[in-house]
Design a protein around this ligand. Structure first.
Ligand SMILES: Cc1ncc(COP(=O)(O)O)c(C=O)c1O
Length: 385
């Protein structure tokens, strides 16, 4: 057994995600340093911000892209541009990163938490419809394309339209994922991306909103810059959400690499799928002809003793992670703010069973096989005993 363990253990620790940084990113950063233009407070931002926006809107297929300084800022600006504020409810899953809900609390709006589908971890159209029928105050719906897997957008958009609610996509994790061949982020009224260091496209911190809507765009560029519609003329409430030039330069390079990055992620995910498909005790991420995953993560569900399996992998140098162990509404801040009676059984189930495995483009085929073998060994020793 000890020999087997030695041969299977990765030579170096395998992180859950790692930025892909090459000479293009380095020279883009150097160019900004040389130019001494680090930011711009003008309405349209600095040259790198504008170049990033040009590349992003072309890639996503929307009329506009507005770069901001985080995914959280992207969500905040999109919701503010959709006039979300006090006395308004917004429907969203509780099985997401807390940012999706925090921006609503910051705007004074009330989250309406909706359950997820057990098979894809995204917002349940049935539960959305039933909860919307009890509320007249819902003005927006935020589907989250969790782990990179697109939510069921046709149903969600239809239900939202029926209730006169805007659709703001949380595409923080799903750049490059498609739904019926259309990019996530381009399907609703607005799409929000994150360029946080662990994401598929990264700039350390950063984000962007995409939209086809002229009015939304005008509001977005004002909101990211203190609500100014011309120099020192504030017409609506905004703050400083501007993206710095160094970050924009890095993200602009990364956008060009998306096809290459996604190809390696898909190859790595396919290795895990092939190796693990007949393994009892775990369920692999869904596959569906109309929904294409960017494989930001490869998230399995584990029948039992998930945390022990995670520890087993951790001890073998494999950084498997639980996103997210606590649904948003069960965080102390939300319990204290009146969400303690919310009941979301599929969300609770997912929080107790999911485990994300690394598939980032820095991993070789050999490393993917090591991960698959260790998962199999762990599942046999821990889960199906
Ligand atoms: C689903 C989701 N929404 C929102 C965010 C917020 O993005 P950021 O960390 O760039 O503010 C993240 C990422 O961290 C995320 O994963």
């Amino acid at each position: 057994m000890a020999v087997g363990r030695q041969t299977l253990r990765p030579k170096k620790r395998i992180n859950i995600n790692e930025p892909d940084i090459a000479k293009e990113e380095k020279s883009a950063v150097l160019s900004v340093l040389k130019s001494k233009v680090f930011t711009s407070s003008s309405t349209h931002g600095g040259p790198n911000v504008q170049e990033l926006e040009r590349r992003l809107k072309k890639y996503i297929g929307t009329k506009y892209a507005v770069a901001v300084n985080s995914g959280t800022s992207a969500l905040y600006c999109a919701l503010a541009a959709a006039t979300i504020g006090p006395n308004v409810e917004v429907a969203l899953p509780s099985f997401t990163f807390v940012a999706t809900a925090n921006v609503l609390m910051a705007l004074g709006a009330r989250p309406l938490f909706v359950d997820i589908n057990r098979d894809d971890y995204t917002i349940s159209a049935e539960d959305l419809e039933s909860r919307l029928s009890y509320s007249k105050r819902v003005k927006a719906v935020i589907p989250v394309h969790l782990y990179g897997y697109p939510a069921k957008m046709a149903e969600i958009i239809q239900i939202s339209r029926d209730h006169d609610a805007k659709v703001i996509e949380d595409a923080a994790q799903s750049i490059g994922s498609t739904y019926n061949s259309k990019q996530t982020g381009s399907l609703g009224d607005c799409g929000c991306f994150s360029f946080y260091a662990a994401k598929v496209v990264m700039s350390g911190e950063g984000g962007a909103v995409v939209t086809k809507d002229d009015e939304m765009y005008e509001r977005l560029i004002a909101i990211r810059n203190h609500g100014m519609t011309s120099p020192y003329m504030t017409r609506l409430l905004g703050l400083n959400f501007r993206m710095p030039e160094i970050e924009a330069a890095i993200a602009a390079v990364q956008i060009q690499k998306i096809p290459k990055l996604l190809k390696i992620r898909l190859r790595n995910a396919s290795i895990l799928r092939d190796e693990l498909q007949n393994q009892p005790g775990i369920i692999l991420p869904p596959v569906d002809g109309e929904r294409k995953n960017n494989y930001y993560l490869f998230t399995i569900s584990v029948a039992k003793r998930r945390d022990k399996l995670q520890k087993f992998l951790e001890m073998r140098g494999i950084d498997a992670r639980v996103f997210y162990p606590l649904p948003v509404h069960k965080n102390p801040f939300y319990l204290e703010n009146g969400f303690d009676k919310v009941s979301l059984p599929n969300t609770d189930w997912a929080a107790a069973h999911v485990l994300s495995l690394p598939v980032h483009p820095g991993l070789s085929e050999e490393e993917m096989k090591v991960i698959a073998n260790e998962v199999k060994r762990g599942v046999r020793q821990i889960v199906i005993t």
